[in-house]
Design a protein around this ligand. Structure first.
Ligand SMILES: [Zn+2]
Length: 280
């Protein structure tokens, strides 16, 4: 499983819809490992222990709360979307998270994709979707914008397109700030500290996100934002333009301090606490 997913599990800030793009074997392997990790009774460094009953059932493909759906023939059809909605309404059998793995998300018909939007937006509690597909070009922007996108390359173990991955993680974090608590925030800051080489990229991604929220709310013009594929999220962000600008200033301040060799952990702690106050 890639590091980014391990960190997600460790931070406890799970999204409810993911889109894994890349070669079939990579996306499926990571989807199952992720399902194990979130349901494991004693995860090790953000991964499933492989020993507990839940981990074993998932690896044997017989866990009742981990549901895998494949396209029918050459496409994923609207009846399948309905069928999924029905399965979702059943109670969990034993897992912490019901995990729906939908393979071939790039083969969804427009009607099927539209039928999925509602559940992607307001999924039942403790439910996680993992859509997988080879090609993101065929996925409706409305579906894309509701998922955290992770791309997998052909190389072992790593996600591709670094800056895009950082942007996804940063947006995830920023979107989740209002629900977080201080202890969680400080844990994130701790994990970022360990991931020193990426901190610059994270900060840049958050800065652009806050700037985009302000621009989206002030101008209503998608052409003016950088995160064009996230237009719906920008426009519907709970932040006001003023709050987004304040948050952007806070991130810039932290970037400057880090440029002057300030203590990384302290700068991050203070930044997260201030962002939480601005966004919460
Ligand atoms: Zn386990």
């Amino acid at each position: 499983m890639i590091l980014q997913l391990q960190q997600t599990v460790k931070s406890g800030l799970l999204g409810h819809a993911y889109l894994f793009l890349g070669p079939k074997d990579k996306t499926m392997e990571n989807a199952l490992s992720f399902a194990q990790a979130v349901n494991c009774i004693s995860p090790v460094d953000g991964r499933g222990c492989q020993v507990c009953l839940s981990c074993r059932k998932i690896s044997h493909g017989n866990h009742p709360d981990v549901i895998i759906t494949d396209p029918e023939g050459t496409s994923f059809k609207i009846e399948q979307g309905r069928e999924l909605q029905k399965k979702l309404s059943y109670k969990h059998y034993e897992a912490k998270y019901k995990v729906l793995i939908l393979r071939g998300a790039d083969l969804m018909t427009v009607a099927a994709a539209n039928s999925m939007l509602k559940i992607l937006e307001e999924p039942p509690e403790q439910t996680m979707f993992i859509l997988t597909g080879e090609n993101g070009d065929n996925i409706l922007p409305t579906v894309l914008s509701r998922c955290q996108v992770i791309k997998f390359g052909p190389e072992e173990g790593e996600a591709v397109e670094g800056s895009e991955v950082e942007i996804e993680q940063a947006i995830d974090l920023v979107q989740n700030l209002p629900q977080g608590d201080y202890c969680e925030l400080l844990k994130i800051s701790e994990s970022w500290e360990k991931n020193r080489e990426n901190v610059k990229k994270f900060l840049e991604a958050i800065l652009i996100w806050f700037r985009d929220v302000a621009v989206a709310k002030l101008t209503n013009k998608p052409a003016l934002v950088e995160n064009k594929n996230k237009w719906d999220m920008l426009l519907n962000s709970p932040l006001t333009a003023d709050a987004a600008l304040l948050a952007a200033q806070e991130v810039e301040r932290s970037q400057k301090l880090l440029g002057q060799n300030a203590n990384l952990r302290l700068v991050l702690d203070v930044m997260f606490i201030r962002l939480y106050r601005i966004c919460g």
